[in-house]
Ligand binder design. Structure first.
Ligand code: BG6
Length: 495
């Protein structure tokens, strides 16, 4: 446990008990990059003790191969300082089943391994095309209700590719599992700064009275990335950034920023409020996609000093591709609090840098008494930095020292690193721990996912029906020029 007094508020208090975590598609990238490091962190922090991690995949690995691979995953970086005894103690918990996802034999073997041992969690980390077979086989082979304390199923994104496929997957899941057993993961909800949005809004009394259309002019949500499509063209070509980032991650940010205070912290109280926001979104009809949306693809350019290809030149991308790598939206929430407040959303690959932030732009003072000052100087802005910097900045106006009455914007800053030290848990660490302890607050409920897909599917259909322009932007820039005219007042914050 950490003795740093600055970190005292960060302690988890959850009891985990013994459990088996079964990772379907364990040979994939997510296990190496996120799951094993997160589980190992939980282990060295003493939060999990009695557990098995059972890999399930097609490759003909054995327990030993899985452990050898695990050893590689725990070498380098911050894990180098951890003793090999500790690592071996963790690796001894790794087991492997080699089976294809349709073969009942693999599931029988799994049942033998988990029965009688604490609780069970199934983590679906396979391409979504395998979800149906895995869910059905878990159900038909007695694994949805095994002889264990509980059985929960965690499902990675993409959860469907439109409203119809999301509903189909939900219906299929509900044939074998109850809703309380289903954990739909969105890793943005595991980020500390995202969770802090609730504390910031409802743990302080000074912001909430201003948090409405009387005081707020508009809101901007930016999720920009420097990386391109990389090796994921196969997935991304069929997805596009609207599905990849907006339907899930950005809508999570939007709902947390816009929701009403929940009655309490029960998982369903929070999720009820989030769903209400999604239900209040003003749909963008086919005829309106040209007015409220901008889509674009990256051209060649320079990102972080490196020359990079255009999207159409990336390996695995159709040279005639119509998949968007950037999207900007103007969104309205039709309720008492937010009527008339535009919320501008933008996200893209190959932009100038990685940045996730939400900015709240307040209205100008009702009357201007200072002559000769630039009017835009007077609009206060609150910026919630999600990543890579984590913190909050409040822009206010201050008098420039001197004999004239002129003013300038200054910042009041809160940086997570300074206040609490460097150590914030990884998103997957928090989310896995919550699933193990049975707390679904940070997981997406069925109606939440379907309501957000319903909104996004309309836009996708609008794009198909109306075929608005596919703009382009230089890699390393702030996105297409054409997204500027989405805003009738204000402008995008500098990237
Ligand atoms: C994933 C998307 O869900 O989130 C990726 O599929 C994206 O395309 C990633 O790069 C961004 O996550 P983060 O945590 O780096 O902001």
């Amino acid at each position: 446990m950490n003795n740093n007094p600055l970190l005292s508020g960060l302690e988890f208090t959850k009891e985990t008990g013994s459990f088996s975590l079964v990772i379907f598609g364990v040979t994939g990238d997510l296990t190496r990059r996120k799951l094993i490091p997160a589980l190992f962190n939980l282990f060295i922090e003493g939060r999990i003790n009695q557990f098995k991690i059972i890999g399930f995949a097609r490759r003909t690995w054995t327990d030993e191969t899985f452990r050898d691979e695990g050893r590689k995953m725990l070498s380098g970086g911050k894990f180098d300082s951890i003793s090999s005894d500790k690592k071996e103690a963790f690796l001894s918990r790794l087991e492997y089943i080699s089976s294809n996802f349709e073969d009942p034999k693999g599931y029988k073997e799994l049942l033998n391994k988990i029965n009688g041992f604490g609780g069970t969690l199934y983590y679906l980390s396979t391409p979504p095309t395998s979800y149906e077979a895995i869910i059905e086989n878990l159900g038909k082979n007695g694994l949805a209700n095994p002889d264990t304390a509980y059985a929960r199923i965690i499902i990675e994104k993409p959860f469907g590719r439109d409203l119809a496929t999301a509903k189909k997957l939900n219906t299929h899941l509900s044939t074998y599992f109850e809703e309380k057993q289903i954990y739909r993961i969105d890793h943005y909800l595991g980020k500390e700064t995202v969770q802090n949005l609730l504390i910031f809004r409802f743990g302080n009394s000074i912001f909430e009275p201003l948090w409405n259309n009387k005081h707020i002019d508009h809101i901007q949500i930016t999720v920009s990335e420097g990386i391109g499509v990389g090796t994921r063209a196969n997935y991304f070509e069929k997805s596009g950034i609207l599905r990849d980032m907006v339907q899930n991650h950005i809508f999570q940010l939007l709902t947390l920023i816009a929701m009403e205070p929940p009655a309490d912290l029960n998982p369903d109280s929070i999720r009820d409020e989030k769903v209400k926001v999604l239900r209040s979104l003003k749909p963008i009809t086919s005829k309106e996609v040209g007015q409220y949306t901008r889509r674009a693809q990256y051209n060649r350019g320079i990102v972080e000093g490196e020359e990079v290809k255009s999207y159409k030149e990336e390996e695995g991308v159709d040279p005639k591709s119509l998949t968007e790598t950037y999207v900007a939206l103007k969104v309205f929430i039709e309720n008492w609090r937010w009527a008339g407040v535009p919320i501008y959303i933008r996200t893209g690959k190959r932009l100038s840098r990685k940045l996730t932030e939400i900015s709240i732009h307040f209205k100008n003072p009702p009357h201007q008494i200072f002559p000769n000052s630039h009017p835009s100087l007077n609009a206060n802005t609150l910026i919630l930095h999600i990543q890579p910097e984590e913190g909050i900045t409040f822009n206010i106006n201050a008098k420039i020292p001197g004999l004239s009455t002129s003013m300038r914007r200054v910042n009041m800053d809160f940086a997570y690193g300074n206040a609490f030290g460097e150590q914030t848990p990884e998103a997957y660490q928090r989310l896995l721990l919550d699933a193990i302890t049975g707390d679904p607050s940070l997981y997406t409920r069925r109606d939440e996912i379907e309501t957000s897909w319903s909104y996004i599917t309309r836009i996708i259909n609008g794009w198909i029906n109306e075929n608005p322009p596919m703009y382009s932007y230089r890699s390393g820039s702030a996105g297409p020029e054409e997204s500027n005219d989405l805003m009738e007042k204000g402008k995008w914050r500098r990237l």
